[in-house]
Design a binder for this molecule. Structure first.
Ligand code: NAD
Length: 417
């Protein structure tokens, strides 16, 4: 049976020829370095002991310490963390960061836990994985259902175990505990910088550029606000309960207020739209910012946007990729489009290690410069080889991994056979 990792590796296979990656390097990248499975005993508020299943997958660290989030979700499993850790490896490489890729998780529905149970679980998870993490080995961060508060507990637990403060061991912390300014909106902001650059290069004027956004959480909301503030027309947004649309453009701040007060954008006054309809709206830009597997073989041919910016991880299946590519729809792939979060995590790690703190202007400027430069590099590879932006992004990431492996004696410096 094919696994999530097998599916993720199809993108690597597509890129391998163009990247001229050495077979030994490709062989290294087909398997994670290590997957740690742990049991996490936690005493619940009612006195009962529950034992949770947890994971940390360290995929590859040739370019630097392993880096990746920790998610709390009922579906977490070894296959999922393996494929997400592979993605992180490629994402850190395409962003040019001196990090490898990792991912962790606990199989739990956090909505069923009290705050003190959540704290005990977060701390117990760190105790379980502490032998393999650290500021120079593996640096966890927030992911689905983990946030700055969870990072504060995890970072504190790690410091207790070390016997000294070690802020660089976790990123995504609250600012008073060493978090970076600008981390909160970094993913949406990174996608927004790419939008600005792509609109500029296509000659699209903001007020004539219609944008539909699926998912109105951290990534989608910040992206929507920044785009609307810059004059783009955000014509539809949705969340798990449905969506709202307006051809002239929504008042994004009002929609955010409705989301805060009513719990869903679907409660906002205006025309209703379902999640499926939103994906097929006639717009210039479509932004999947919710879940994986939204654009599939079944609906890809109905996508009418000219540009897709993947803020979500894995929203497009490989079959849908081929259909979009054939229809001339440009897709800015997740590993580049949502790299803003890990880039600002890297800024946080640098600030922690050097004992410095950057201004918000410094963070924004460095984030924009890095993403715009990487987009230009990916676009060049795409036109040079006549491939999609996704394949081009994998080619660029793979070239960097290949270059890092060669001085280590894997590929190139020894004969291939
Ligand atoms: P979030 O939990 O804050 O928001 C998710 C949003 O998606 C919510 O509005 C939710 O209602 C909506 N949603 C859930 N199911 C849906 C459905 N079936 N149809 C439409 N909308 C649905 O999560 P987030 O942090 O914004 O992450 C969203 C995506 O972006 C994920 O794929 C995540 O992996 C990716 N991402 C996020 C970050 C980050 O820094 N937040 C970084 C990299 C990648």
């Amino acid at each position: 049976m094919s696994t999530l990792l097998d599916e993720a590796l199809t993108r690597l296979d597509l890129a391998a020829g163009f990247a001229q990656a050495h077979p030994e390097v490709l062989a290294r990248l087909r398997r994670p370095r290590r997957v740690l499975e742990v049991s996490i005993p936690v005493r619940m508020d009612d006195g009962v002991l529950r034992v949770f299943e947890g994971y940390r997958c360290q995929y590859d660290d040739v370019r630097g310490p392993f880096k990746g989030g920790v998610r709390f979700h009922p579906e977490v499993g070894a296959d999922e963390v393996r494929s997400l850790a592979f993605w992180m490896t490629m994402k850190c490489a395409i962003a040019g960061l001196p990090f490898g890729g990792a991912k962790g998780g606990v199989r739990v529905d956090p909505r069923g836990l009290s705050r003190s149970e959540l704290e005990r679980l977060s701390r117990a998870y760190v105790r379980a994985i502490s032998p393999i993490i650290g500021p120079n080995t593996d640096v966890p961060a927030p992911d689905v259902a983990t946030n700055a508060q969870v990072m504060a507990w995890m970072s504190d637990e790690y410091s207790v175990l070390c016997g000294h403060r070690s802020p660089a061991a976790f990123t995504g912390k609250p600012v008073p505990l060493g978090g970076s300014l600008g981390r909160e909106d970094a993913t949406g902001r990174g996608g927004f910088y790419l939008l600005m650059e792509l609109a500029r290069s296509r000659g699209w004027l903001p007020d004539r550029t219609r944008i539909a956004i699926q998912g109105f959480g951290n990534a989608g909301q910040h992206f929507a606000s920044l785009a609307a503030d810059a004059g783009f027309r955000v014509v539809a947004v949705s969340d798990s309960r449905g969506g709202v649309c307006c051809a002239e453009g929504l008042d994004v701040e009002q929609v955010r207020r409705t989301k805060r007060s009513e719990g869903s954008v679907a409660a906002h006054p205006g025309d209703r739209i379902s999640n499926a309809e939103l994906l097929e709206l006639e717009t210039e830009v479509l932004v999947p910012a919710a879940l994986e597997g939204q654009i599939t073989r079944a609906n890809a041919a109905s996508v009418r946007a000219r540009l897709v910016i993947e803020l979500a991880n894995g929203p497009t299946t490989p079959e849908a990729d081929r259909i979009l590519d054939g229809a001339g729809v440009d897709v800015v792939p997740d590993i580049l489009a949502n790299a803003g979060g890990v880039i600002v995590s890297y800024f946080e790690w640098v600030q922690n290690l050097s004992g410095s703190s950057w201004t918000i202007e410094e963070v924004h400027g460095r984030l924009r410069d890095r993403l715009v430069a990487e987009l230009a590099g990916v676009t060049d590879v795409a036109s040079e080889h006549g491939v999609s932006l996704r394949t081009a992004a994998y080619v660029r990431a793979l070239r960097r991994l290949n270059e890092a492996y060669q001085p280590m004696g894997v590929g190139g410096s020894r004969p291939a056979s």
